[in-house]
Design a protein around this ligand. Structure first.
Ligand code: NAP
Length: 280
């Protein structure tokens, strides 16, 4: 039963009609016996500020922010936490008694998922990240802060790769290299992360790197969750590598948002089951 006392949450972005977040969140709140409700709003760029003001005026406890507003949303917030500021993107807003605070839960969500599925210890990792967009920045930042031995960025646009390497080099050894050099560097890599959309539906037959560069000492993460089994992960498994699916990050970044809004742990298995039961 939704009443005036119900805690209201939302997802804002454009387009968001295919998002599974409302079904995952509402099933989770029902399971937790929590008086929370989660909805989603397609917001045009011209209406972003008005939408933020409206959510605040209506007393929403918070909201998630997705494409294309993770950067722009920051200018409508009272405060952005240190991690989100360094990453340069906010995906979760908490309304603290009328003060809007921005967070980024992608990096920590990735880390928790990686740990859950592979048990790897970050300080021993030699990391290669494919991509230098929002997800790569979030993950690179937390891995660097957690003391990964070194991080190599490979990206289509060299300038963005260099910018990310510069950010990460404040915390660990980091560099940007062109794709042509990735085969040699892969030999010493222990954790490979695909943070590009290459392999995602409808381009499901593509891989961001040739299969011959993969090897059995790698943990290979693909952030793509549709399809679950990307070409990259299939090839990695064929080479004897340990593989890490993208769905776990989706679940864990949402769980961290729930913790920020409710101050309670979220039931990871319930959330994962909802998403696995959905046609993504
Ligand atoms: P983004 O900010 O748009 O960045 C995309 C990155 O991929 C950029 O570095 C871009 O290179 C590169 N790229 C795009 N198309 C490419 C192509 N055809 N060939 C080579 N590189 C290409 O996107 P994002 O938010 O970081 O998301 C990246 C991926 O992670 C997406 O597949 C997304 O679905 C996934 N993701 C998953 C989760 C999860 O919870 N599992 C969360 C966030 C994101 P340029 O710089 O050259 O444009």
């Amino acid at each position: 039963m939704i009443t005036a006392h119900t805690n209201k949450l939302a997802l804002i972005g454009y387009p968001i009609q295919h998002s599974k977040s409302p079904i995952m969140m509402n099933t989770t709140f029902a399971y937790m016996g929590a008086d929370f409700v989660y909805t989603s709003f397609n917001v045009s760029r011209e209406q972003l500020q008005a939408a933020v003001n409206g959510l605040k005026a209506l007393g929403f406890r918070g909201w998630n922010v997705t494409f294309p507003y993770k950067i722009e949303i920051q200018k409508y917030l009272d405060r952005v936490d240190e991690t989100a500021k360094a990453i340069g993107a906010v995906n979760t807003v908490v309304n603290e008694d009328g003060k809007l605070v921005g967070y980024n839960t992608d990096g920590i969500g990735y880390l928790r998922s990686l740990h859950e599925e592979t048990g790897v210890c970050i300080p021993s990792q030699k990391v290669m990240i494919l991509g230098a967009g929002g997800a790569a920045r979030a993950i690179g930042f937390v891995l660097a802060k957690q003391g990964a031995q070194h991080i190599t960025i490979v990206n289509r646009s060299a300038v963005k790769a260099q910018e990310l390497a510069k950010l990460l080099s404040q915390y660990t050894k980091a560099r940007a290299i062109p794709l042509q050099e990735c085969e040699a560097v892969m030999k010493e890599t222990t954790l490979l992360i695909n943070a590009t959309p290459v392999g995602m539906s409808p381009y499901v037959s593509d891989s961001p790197v040739p299969s011959m560069v993969l090897h059995s000492k790698l943990v290979v993460s693909d952030l793509i969750y549709n399809p679950k089994h990307t070409v990259l992960l299939e090839c990695a498994r064929d080479q004897g590598a340990n593989i890490h699916y993208g769905l776990g990050m989706l679940v864990h970044q949402a769980a961290v948002a729930i913790e920020l809004w409710m101050g309670r742990k979220a039931p990871i298995d319930v959330m994962r089951n909802v998403l696995e039961g959905c046609k993504l």
